[in-house]
Design a protein around this ligand. Structure first.
Ligand code: VAH
Length: 322
């Protein structure tokens, strides 16, 4: 594979693990990681890194030229909860960065673009169960508005200029290697850390809030799979629905209790409850499965096994290092 890849937002929850996976696939010197500030030790020591403000087209172009970049993964975003606190900053970051990269692709400086959308593109008037690929999309969050707008910009640049941009509507993504920041689905990450550390967790969503979720390994595999698919297999150029598991805080707590019987969860819904209530509960991702062969691997049980085992090993290692 003689591609050179630039990842914008490489230090974020998805970017961190995506960088390592792409470096393993394409070779460390062919994957340039970048973010607004430096990353962790593994990020900085595993391949080239550049400081890039993703809203600066000029700065992105400098790095594209320096390394002869052929593909860009744009992982920069202000997520749902934070964007509700800083609406115009959230809109500006999410949109300006996307348009900068799409323009560089229109000008033929890069050949292929990946840009993540989100289930947040749906709103309270979208069907909640088996949410279709095409349906009513009236998001009630700034993050969701920016994602719907971004999807249409991607489709516009593909239809009008032939830009090869590909996109997935991520559900909530769950990882144990990198903490997320500012998302409404973040409870499903925090709960594992608190269960291991304290044996308790106070959840900011109510116990029966069902949301579509996915283990990070599945999300990373889907992201690379859609980018490696033949162009003629990509029939949707707004963004593909993607799903794996859907669960409630009560269900994930019961799964954790199988590993940590003394674990206790309490509920204290905050402003993020209204965001979660505006989103789908179960998403229909049959188009992605049909068009480019998407298959998830992890369900709630296997994901929880993997996370709890990994975090316990990490805790043991830290204790031994003390
Ligand atoms: C968030 N994790 O909670 C993100 C995601 C659909 C949710 O986009 O904002």
């Amino acid at each position: 594979m003689n591609d050179t890849i630039l990842i914008l937002g490489a230090c974020g929850q998805i970017g961190t693990e995506l960088t390592q996976k792409l470096r393993a696939l394409y070779g460390r010197d062919n994957v340039i990681a970048s973010d607004i500030r430096e990353g962790n030790q593994e990020m900085m020591s595993s391949g080239p890194f550049e400081i890039i403000d993703a809203t600066s087209k000029e700065r992105i172009f400098e790095v594209v030229e320096k390394y002869k970049v052929t593909q860009v993964y744009l992982m920069v975003a202000m997520l749902s909860a934070t964007a509700e606190k800083h609406p115009l900053k959230g809109w500006d970051l999410n949109m300006t960065s996307l348009l900068a990269v799409l323009e560089l692709a229109r000008e033929k400086h890069i050949q292929k673009v990946y840009w993540p959308s989100s289930m947040a593109s749906f709103g309270p008037t979208s069907p909640k169960i088996n949410t279709p690929q095409q349906t009513i999309m009236e998001p009630s969050t700034v993050y969701g508005i920016s994602k719907v707008a971004g999807e249409h910009w991607c489709n516009y640049y593909h239809e009008k200029y032939g830009v090869d941009v590909r996109s997935i509507r991520y559900p909530g993504i769950i990882s144990w290697k990198t903490l997320p920041g500012g998302g409404t689905t973040d409870y499903a990450v925090d709960i594992y850390f608190d269960a291991i550390k304290n044996g308790t967790y106070e959840c900011f969503l109510s116990e029966n809030t069902r949301l579509p979720m996915m283990y990070m390994d599945d999300a990373i595999n889907a992201t690379i799979q859609i980018m490696q698919a033949d162009a003629d297999k990509i029939k949707t150029r707004t963004s593909y629905n993607l799903a794996a598991i859907s669960f409630t805080p009560k269900e994930i707590a019961a799964e954790i209790k199988k590993h940590i019987p003394e674990f206790e969860i309490s509920y204290k819904p905050d402003f993020r409850q209204a965001i979660a209530d505006s989103w789908p509960q179960i998403i229909d991702d049959s188009h992605a499965r049909k068009d480019w062969g998407w298959q998830h691997k992890f369900d709630l049980t296997s994901m929880t096994n993997d996370i709890v085992t990994s975090l316990k090993a990490l805790e043991k290692q830290k204790l031994e290092e003390v």
